[in-house]
Design a protein around this ligand. Structure first.
Ligand SMILES: C[S@@+](CC[C@H](N)C(=O)[O-])C[C@H]1O[C@@H](n2cnc3c(N)ncnc32)[C@H](O)[C@@H]1O
Length: 412
C-alpha cells in the first residue's frame, strides 16, 4: 500500500503492514456471515476477526470507536505492556511493538468505513504522538478532524513529579472529511434557558441585527436605513447589518424593532429554539469534561457489584461521541474491536433507547482469561454487560435490536 507524505519508520513495519492483507487462519461460528441486523458480539483476536468480517462489511460502518491498550507498562488483566525484545540483531523497543500491533488494525478499520464514516481512538500520552503520525499516513492528514482532550480525573492523583496527568485524548479521523456530516449535540439546560421569549413558533432569543466584530470595510448591500415603528430612521450602529435588504424584507416575521434601555430604537432577529421541527443543536467542543474514569468504574460496580476490569470508559463519553456523529434516531452501524467490558455496546443500546435510533453494533473482544470465577474471560464480561443493558431496556418498554453471538475458531 502506498502512503504518501512523511513515513513513520520502525523495525517490523513491513511485516505489520502485510498482516492486514493476509488471509485469516480461522472462521467465525456459529454466525459465519455477519450482517447489521443486531448487536453482534464476537469473541476472538481482533485482527483475525476483522479479516473475516471485511468481505461482508467493507465500507458499511459509519462509526468506529476503539480504546486500544495504551502501552502504559502497567500490568492489567489484559496485555498493556508491549515488550522490548531482540529481533535478529536489532532491539525492538516497546513503541515498535505497539505500532506493529495497531498498524494493520488501522488499515483494516479504514476499509470498514463508509465514505461518510469516522474513527474515534482513545489514547494517552504514551502513544498519542505515534498514533497521530500513523493515522495521518493511513487516513491522510486532510482527514484529521480533531484531537479531543478528555479530562478523565478531577481529583489530584499521583503519577508524575512534574505535572499530574489528568487528561487523555480521543483522536478523530474521517474516512473522507468532505463526506462526513457536521457533528452536533443537544443544547445544555442552561443553553435552553437562553431562549427566554416565546411566540407562536415557540421559544426564541434576541440577536442584535447589527453585526459586531472587526471593522472590515462594509459590504454596500449590508448597509441601509431601517424605518422604526414611529417612522424615524434607524442608522446602522456598527459597520454593517447581518442580512441584506432583500433578506430583511423577506424574513420580516423574524425581525423585532424595540427600544433598548437607553430609549434608542434597536433591531434584533429572533433565533428560535426549534428549527425544521427539531430542537436546535450545537457543535461539540474539543475539551470534554462531562464524565471521568471514576464514573466508568462506578457504572461497573452498579452493574456487577464489583470492578471486573480496570479503567472501563464511562458510557456517557462514548454515548456522546456516537451522538455527535450520528443524528437522533439514526441507524448508523457502530463498531468497536477493543470492546473490553462492553462499554460501547451499552452506550449504543442506551443511545438508541433514548433517541429512538436503531444503530446496530459490532463488538470484538478477545477471550482473555480473568481470575474471576463468575467471568472466566473479558469477553464474558462484555457479553454480560450488553445482555444486562438489553434486559433493562426491555423492562423499561424499549425494543432493542437482538444480541447475536459469534466467535473466532482458529484452524491450525
Ligand atoms: C483499554 S481496554 C478497552 C476498555 C473498554 N473501552 C471498556 O470501556 O471496557 C482494551 C481491550 O482490548 C482487548 N484486546 C487487546 N488486544 C486485543 C486483540 N488482539 N483482540 C481483541 N481484543 C483485544 C483487551 O483485552 C482489553 O479488554
Amino acid at each position: 500500500m502506498d502512503f504518501p507524505g512523511t513515513r513513520l519508520v520502525w523495525p517490523g513495519r513491513g511485516v505489520a503492514e502485510k498482516k492486514a492483507f493476509e488471509a485469516s487462519k480461522g472462521f467465525l461460528a456459529p454466525v459465519s456471515t455477519p450482517d447489521l441486523s443486531g448487536h453482534l458480539l464476537i469473541e476472538g483476536d481482533n485482527l483475525e476477526v476483522l479479516k473475516l468480517l471485511l468481505p461482508h462489511l467493507s465500507e458499511k460502518i459509519r462509526i468506529i470507536y476503539i480504546d486500544p491498550p495504551y502501552n502504559t507498562g502497567n500490568r492489567m488483566v489484559y496485555h498493556d505492556r508491549f515488550s522490548s525484545k531482540s529481533e535478529g540483531s536489532r532491539s525492538v523497543d516497546r513503541h515498535d511493538s505497539w505500532l506493529s500491533m495497531i498498524f494493520p488494525l488501522l488499515i483494516l478499520a479504514r476499509r470498514f468505513l463508509r465514505r461518510d464514516g469516522v474513527l474515534f481512538v482513545s489514547i494517552d500520552d504514551n502513544e498519542v504522538h505515534h498514533l497521530r503520525a500513523l493515522m495521518d499516513e493511513v487516513f491522510g492528514e486532510e482527514n484529521f478532524i480533531s484531537m479531543v482532550t478528555w479530562r478523565k480525573k478531577v481529583v489530584r492523583g499521583r503519577g508524575s513529579r512534574h505535572i499530574l496527568p489528568q487528561t487523555e485524548y480521543i483522536v478523530v479521523f474521517a474516512r473522507e472529511t468532505a463526506a462526513l456530516p457536521p457533528f452536533s449535540e443537544p443544547l445544555t439546560p442552561s443553553m435552553r434557558k437562553d431562549y427566554p421569549y416565546a411566540d407562536d413558533r415557540g421559544p426564541y432569543k434576541k440577536i442584535p441585527f447589527a453585526k459586531s466584530g472587526t471593522r472590515q470595510s462594509p459590504r454596500p448591500n449590508l448597509l441601509y436605513p431601517i424605518t422604526a415603528p414611529d417612522g424615524t430612521t434607524i442608522p446602522c450602529p456598527t459597520h454593517q447589518w447581518r442580512w441584506s435588504r432583500e433578506t430583511f424584507d423577506r424574513r420580516q416575521d423574524e425581525i423585532l424593532i424595540q427600544k433598548n434601555t437607553k430609549g434608542r430604537w434597536t433591531v434584533y432577529t429572533k433565533q428560535y429554539l426549534m428549527t425544521e421541527g427539531a430542537e436546535r443543536r450545537r457543535t461539540p467542543e474539543s475539551y470534554y469534561d462531562r464524565a471521568t474514569t471514576t464514573d466508568g468504574t462506578r457504572e461497573m460496580k452498579e452493574m456487577f457489584g464489583e470492578v471486573l476490569l480496570d479503567f472501563p470508559k464511562p458510557s456517557r463519553l462514548i454515548r456522546d461521541l456516537i451522538g455527535w456523529a450520528s443524528p437522533p434516531g439514526s441507524s448508523d452501524p457502530v463498531m468497536d474491536f477493543f470492546a473490553g467490558s462492553g462499554t460501547t455496546g451499552q452506550s449504543v443500546l442506551e443511545l438508541n433507547h433514548e433517541d429512538g435510533g436503531k444503530r446496530p453494533s459490532i463488538l470484538v473482544q478477545a477471550g482473555i482469561p480473568t481470575a474471576h470465577p463468575g467471568f472466566p474471560t473479558i469477553w464474558s464480561i462484555c457479553r454480560e454487560r450488553v445482555c444486562r443493558t438489553r434486559d433493562r431496556i426491555v423492562k423499561e418498554g424499549g425494543i432493542p435490536l437482538p444480541v447475536i453471538e459469534s466467535r473466532l475458531v482458529s484452524t491450525p
